[in-house]
Design a protein around this ligand. Structure first.
Ligand code: ZN
Length: 660
């Protein structure tokens, strides 16, 4: 009799080996980290003995599930903000909260919580992309799980790096520290093509090749990503990353929702693999990945839960079931992606997708002992038909639930027995996670009330002018302006012609200030658009002081380049009311008696108004200066022949905005 550490005895062994052997009343012998024998119970018990013989009668004994794509520490952000578009969710909520809260401690705690959940759902190996991956690694190793852990690299500052160079240095050190660990495979995770550059991808690939570690990346998750790639670079995403040399490394491409046959071929030729994340893709309405076509092209496709902030759980049973079901509707073919193939993607093929197919993913002699047992006889999975062995897979994929997982072993070590977690203090993890939630809630609640903080959270804000002297008046004829422009005291510095599309976001609380999204189309002499710029302006309620006919405005104004679509800001700020208008603006910068003034001649196109408006304004910084400028404005009104009765005290918004 040969002594081994553990014998799993009895039950149905679903090996997931090349010939898909299923052994009824089987057994597995485990010594140290590896499987030393797989066979019938009678044969194994005749040859091996152990102090740890676990009765698996009434269980399926299967390879541990492989979660090929997640962001483990984001368990702490689960349910933070839902039912939003990907960009609003990511740029508006997720990243600002991450900037505020993500620390090494956050990553350890979040990973611990994720490991508890994943072990409970039968996952033994996962691929992670996040920050402070050293701490993710420490928490994963402590939980006893196997991880392919990718340190994120971005072209903009990240919670753990001021720049991508810092991230690459971090990657290099992280790889050195963890490459020899039995459970951890360090990896490099350039976030996505749109959040990196070809140069960054090239450096990532070189580092990955030098250390023979995988690259984890999001590819073509959204259609917009393909559209932008086409318009910016004239090629789709996969050829673009290929051009950067990325595919020379061992790449795991998450999502691949919007890739075509040609792109699949490129991935296949470079032995890149795909992590299919159906729940995340459906929840964010990213689309349905063409998985059946990928499999037909012999791409290696695994299944991933994606992060708990976009799923919102790490339940592989749900994910595998959805992958199988969704593929049928997408292909309009109920025979597409049968249960056995779906379970293969969650086990052996998932391991292959993470470049560890020779080590784990099936129950075979010599492979690592990553094994789970699943209750085969819960009421939701009864009765059982025996005539076709494939029915085992349909029971596992369509009816088993993560709560049916009874025992989990990774690397020959029990992590869960009879649903008791053996390596983690789940109670403490839950308490600490609840404490984090209180802090994050307070941060977001304060921000929601404060428009300026919401603006700051998405970045790129600069303080505009604070004091302005201005007057506004109606004029019946546009030519009135010539009287001023041709006057001997006026020196013309610059003239510009715009068409302006303004959308105001108005909030119930009048003290909240308001946000204006303005698209300025700069026009040439023929009225053709020369260039377009979009800006966001935040204005707090204005304080006024009168100087003759002119008015001193004191206000704080913040201006940011609006590099996202209007729709993003609308969904992010959620104003109570919106007003829109379109105007033709001619603007002159003039010196009047040597003092700089801005003169606007505005004609409204939406809504159409019979009269035009002249505005004269100047920046100011003191009461004396404001009084001087008000005097000059009064003189200019006289030159223009504008009577006091034509002076307008209201802002455009109060006069003409159309509520939409
Ligand atoms: Zn992801």
């Amino acid at each position: 009799m040969e002594r081994v550490n553990t014998i799993l005895s009895g039950g149905t062994i679903v090996t997931m080996n090349q010939s898909f052997d299923i052994i009824h009343d089987g057994a597995i012998a485990v010594r140290d980290a590896r499987i030393v024998a797989v066979g019938t119970r009678a044969a194994i018990l005749a040859a091996y003995e152990s102090d740890d013989v676990v009765d698996c009668t009434g269980q399926y004994v299967t390879p541990g599930l492989i979660n090929t794509h997640t962001h483990a520490p984001m368990t702490l952000l689960r349910g933070l903000a839902d039912d939003l578009r990907l960009d609003v969710w990511l740029m508006g909520y997720c990243m600002p909260t991450e900037r505020e809260f993500v620390t090494p401690e956050f990553c350890r705690l979040g990973t611990g919580l994720a490991c508890a959940e994943m072990i409970r759902s039968g996952i033994t190996t996962f691929a992670d992309m996040y920050y402070y991956e050293r701490d993710v690694a420490a928490a994963t190793a402590a939980a006893g799980m196997r991880g392919v852990l990718g340190q994120t690299v971005l072209k903009f500052p990240a919670p753990d790096a001021e720049s991508y160079e810092h991230s690459l240095d971090y990657c290099a050190q992280f790889i050195e520290e963890w490459k020899a660990h039995p459970l951890i495979t360090p990896a490099i995770a350039p976030h996505a093509p749109y959040s990196t550059t070809q140069g960054i991808l090239r450096e990532c690939a070189e580092l990955a090749l030098a250390h023979d570690v995988p690259i984890l990346i999001h590819i073509a998750e959204m259609k917009l990503e393909q559209d932008d790639s086409q318009s910016l670079y004239g090629k789709s995403v996969v050829p673009w990353v290929q051009e950067a040399g990325l595919l020379r490394a061992k790449v795991v491409a998450a999502h691949c929702v919007h890739i075509n046959g040609g792109e699949m071929r490129i991935l296949r030729e470079h032995n890149a693999t795909v992590a299919h994340c159906p729940t995340s893709n459906l929840k964010l309405a990213s689309g349905i990945a063409p998985v059946v076509q990928m499999l037909q092209q012999n791409l290696v496709v695994g299944i991933g839960t994606d992060g708990p902030a976009s799923n919102n759980d790490l339940d592989m049973f749900e994910e595998v079931r959805l992958a199988a079901i969704l593929a049928k509707t997408a292909a309009n073919d109920p025979t597409a992606l049968p249960a056995r193939q779906a379970f293969l993607m969650a086990t052996r093929q998932g391991a292959a997708a993470l470049y560890m197919g020779d080590q784990t993913g099936s129950l075979e002699v010599g492979k690592l002992a990553d094994v789970i047992t699943i209750n085969a006889e819960p009421s939701h999975n009864m009765p059982q038909f025996q005539r076709d062995p494939n029915l085992v897979y349909s029971r596992l994929v369509y009816a088993s639930k993560s709560s049916d997982v009874r025992d989990v072993m990774v690397n020959g070590r029990w992590l869960m027995r009879d649903r008791d977690l053996l390596t983690l203090d789940e109670g403490m993890l839950l308490r600490e996670a609840a404490e984090y939630a209180v802090k994050v809630d307070a941060f977001l609640a304060a921000r929601e009330k404060d428009i300026l903080r919401k603006l700051l959270a998405i970045g790129g804000l600069e303080q505009g002018e604070s004091y302005e002297v201005q007057v506004k008046a109606t004029v019946a004829k546009d030519s009135t302006i010539d009287k001023l422009l041709q006057h001997s005291d006026v020196e013309l510095i610059k003239s510009i012609h715009y068409r302006q599309y303004d959308t105001y976001f108005i909030f119930d609380d009048p003290d909240a200030g308001r946000v204006r999204y303005r698209e300025d189309d700069m026009l040439d002499e023929k009225g053709e658009v020369l260039s377009v710029r979009s800006r966001l302006t935040y204005t707090t309620p204005t304080k006024e002081r009168d100087f003759h006919s002119a008015v001193l405005l004191s206000r704080s104004r913040f201006i940011a380049k609006a590099d996202r679509p209007l729709r993003f800001y609308r969904e992010y700020f959620q104003p109570q009311e919106q007003r829109e208008f379109v105007k033709d603006r001619r603007r002159w910068h003039i010196h009047y008696q040597g003092v700089l003034f801005y003169v606007n001649l505005d004609r409204f196109e939406k809504p159409e108004l019979p009269q035009s408006f002249i505005e004269i304004k100047s920046r100011t910084w003191s009461a004396t200066d404001a009084a001087n400028k008000a005097d000059r404005i009064k003189e200019m009104l006289t030159i223009l022949g504008i009577p006091t009765s034509d002076i307008v005290r209201m802002e455009y918004l109060e006069m003409v905005g159309e509520t939409v």
